[in-house]
Each structure stands twice: as C-alpha cells, then as structure tokens.
Design a protein around this ligand. Structure first.
Ligand code: FES
Length: 104
C-alpha cells in the first residue's frame, strides 16, 4: 500500500536548490532542478554524509565527502567510492505542497 505525504511547500525549495526534511523515520532530500522536483535519500549510500551539503549539478547530486555523484532519476551512483543506489521517491505537487509517495 502506498500513500502521498506532504514534505515541504514549493516555496521551501526554489529552482536550483535542495531542501532536506525528516519524514516519519526517513531523511529525504528534495531537489528542484531542470524544471521538476526530485526526492532521494538524504544520506549518502557510501558513508554517513548528508547530500544536502553536496552540490546539485543538473540531474546529479555530488556527495560532499568523497565526491561520488548520483543520478536523481534512478538514485544510481555514477562513480566510486559509492556503489549502492540511493532510494528514490515519486514526487508530485498538490496546491503548492510537495508530496512524496511512501510505500507501507
Ligand atoms: S560518503 Fe558519499 S561518497 Fe563517501
């Protein structure tokens, strides 16, 4: 079963910016880039670095600790040292609220 959960308002995450939120027990990074919102896990899959302190580069996000970049669409790392993907979440905007879909 899945459900949509509001995580932020559109005003919290302007074009070209990232916004990190706690949603229930999850830490999620919202990125506003290339005209859309994307949502992935905030913590790098390699070690415990917060990707919110990294760099948003188009549809990629670069980890601040060891520099692996991740594809925001798939969560896949593009180079070492990270080898595991980030979890990605479907995103929609309803009445200026950013929502992500969580699976129960
Ligand atoms: S902690 Fe992100 S690449 Fe190492």
């Amino acid at each position: 079963m899945s459900r949509w959960v509001t995580v932020a308002s559109v005003a919290d995450c302007r074009a070209g910016e990232m916004h990190c939120v706690k949603v229930e027990k999850l830490r999620v990074l919202i990125a506003n880039t290339e005209g859309q919102f994307y949502a992935v896990d905030e913590l790098c899959s390699h070690e415990d670095a917060t990707l919110c302190q990294g760099a948003l580069q188009g549809l990629r996000i670069k980890c601040p600790l060891h520099g692996s970049r991740f594809d925001l669409l798939t969560g896949q790392p593009l180079e070492d040292p990270a080898t595991e993907p980030l979890r990605t979440y479907p995103v929609r905007v309803e009445q200026e609220q950013i929502q992500i879909r969580l699976e129960d």
